[in-house]
Every structure is written in C-alpha cells, then in structure tokens.
Design a binder for this molecule. Structure first.
Ligand SMILES: [Zn+2]
Length: 269
C-alpha cells in the first residue's frame, strides 16, 4: 500500500529519539524528513500500529549488513569509558527514595513497549543524583499546582539493558547502539508524563512511544487542552534544568553536568 513508506518514515524519525545521546543532533538529523512525514490514521491504536509496522522492519533488521557496519563504526568511535563502578548506588539515586509519590510505569520492565518484549529484569527509576533532585522539584511543583505529579516511563537505562534492546532490534534507526550510548544510559534522561490528583495521565495527544508527527512538540494540530498540557510539562522540566527534544513530548535530558555511560544494574529482589 502507498502509505507504507510514509509510515516507515515515521518510525525512522522516532527511532533513536529516546535513545539519542545528543538531542540537538537528533533534531538536526531529522530535519528535512518532515517533508515526507504524514500523520498516520489515529483510529489505529499505537500498540496495533507498532505490531503491524515494526515487525517486518525488525525482521529485516536482523539480517547482517549495513546495520552491523553501523554498529562497528559506533564501536570504533566510542572513546568514553563506561562507568563500571559497582560501588553502584552512590552514582545513582532512586527517585522514589526521594519522593515515594512519584509514579512508576517503567515500560521496558514489561512487554508493554515497542519491542513487545520485557527488557529490564525489574522496574526502577534511577538517575544521577542531581538529575533525580531536579526531577523531584518538578514533581513537587506540579503537586503544588493541584496535579498528582509525575509518572515515569523510563529513566536510567543500563548499557547491558541497552544491549538487550539492541539484540532485540539491531537497527540504529530504532535503537541507539550500546557502544554509542544514550542519555538514558548516562543516567541523565527521563521519559515521563504528568498525572492528575487521581493518578490519571493528562491528555498529551498521544500515548508514550507513539511513533508519528502527533508526538512531536512542534505539532500543533491538537486540542488546546493537549497543547497546554504539553507546555506545562515542558515549562516545568525546563525550569528544573531539563531540555526536551522535538520528536517526543515525553523525553527530557538533564543538561547540568556530563555523565559517562554506565553498566550498573540495579538489584532485583
Ligand atoms: Zn527517552
């Protein structure tokens, strides 16, 4: 069908977004592709869309070839040594230890994510301590304004888990190669939304990990209330030192500090 290449373009656009280590580069990389992007039919649930469209691409990506070459190139360029420290938790802060009222819905600890596979052994939201403290400020600011606060979809993503993602989807268009790393693997990125006082997610126009133009922060063909909710999230996060990216309303990176990639795995009981 004619729409297939366009949908594929959408997937490519959002591919590395959450995983991209340099949001500004991500923006640059995708500039120009907008001209070929079309909004997918919204009457298809994102889950169905992911299943129907990603599957053949994943299958294709598992063939050796260009993808392996890309991975080799990334490994050759990787110059930052990973943080192997298993002294561990001093380098990271569980946000729920700072404020237990922050909600967790860590999708990679379930099969409810775009890979349809459980990637993390157990859920946790760890961040570099400064980022965690900043996040709690946002949470409390929102509570002070009558909201329930934040719900976290993803936080620190250890490189071994990034490797699992890569093993599942070995395609640099979809997953950042582990050797390249991502802000998530540096403990300095979050995927999140805002909830109301009943714990219900505010309407952000699309679900988390929706692959398409409607998830872009510069997409304005949305109800005023949705745009207001997105602006609220962006404003609160920026005030705490985070910066968003154009292609995913839910992704923010902490901009205060440089952090190395880490292999630290949080314990599971
Ligand atoms: Zn992300």
């Amino acid at each position: 069908m004619n729409w297939y290449p366009s949908i594929l373009g959408l997937l490519v656009l959002s591919a590395a977004a959450c995983n991209n280590p340099q949001p500004e580069n991500h923006t640059a990389n995708t500039t120009g592709r907008d001209t070929v992007v079309q909004q997918p039919a919204r009457d298809t649930s994102p889950a169905e869309t992911d299943t129907a469209i990603i599957s053949p691409e994943i299958k294709d990506a598992q063939k050796p070839g260009k993808t392996q070459q890309k991975q080799d190139a990334y490994q050759a360029k990787a110059t930052v040594p990973p943080d192997q420290s298993s002294s561990g938790n001093k380098n990271f802060q569980a946000v729920t230890d700072l404020d237990a009222s922050i909600l967790l819905d860590i999708r990679y600890a379930t099969a409810n994510n775009f890979t349809k596979a459980k990637i993390y052994d157990c859920p946790a939201c760890l961040l570099r301590p400064a980022a965690a403290a900043a996040l709690v400020k946002v949470h409390r600011s929102l509570k002070g304004k009558g909201y329930g606060g934040l719900k976290m979809f993803d936080c620190y993503r250890p490189r071994p888990y990034q490797q699992r993602l890569w093993d599942k989807v070995p395609n640099a268009n979809y997953v950042t190669p582990p050797a390249k790393g991502s802000m998530h693997s540096r403990g300095a990125a979050v995927d999140l939304t805002i909830v109301d006082r009943d714990g219900k997610e505010l309407d952000m126009g699309t679900p988390y990990d929706f692959f398409g133009r409607a998830a872009h922060t510069d997409y304005t063909q949305l109800p005023a209330a949705v745009l207001a909710n997105r602006r609220l999230l962006q404003k609160e996060m920026e005030a705490a030192g985070f910066a968003g990216i154009r292609t995913e309303w839910w992704h923010f990176s902490f901009r205060k500090g440089n952090y190395v990639l880490s292999d630290f795995l949080w314990p599971c009981e």
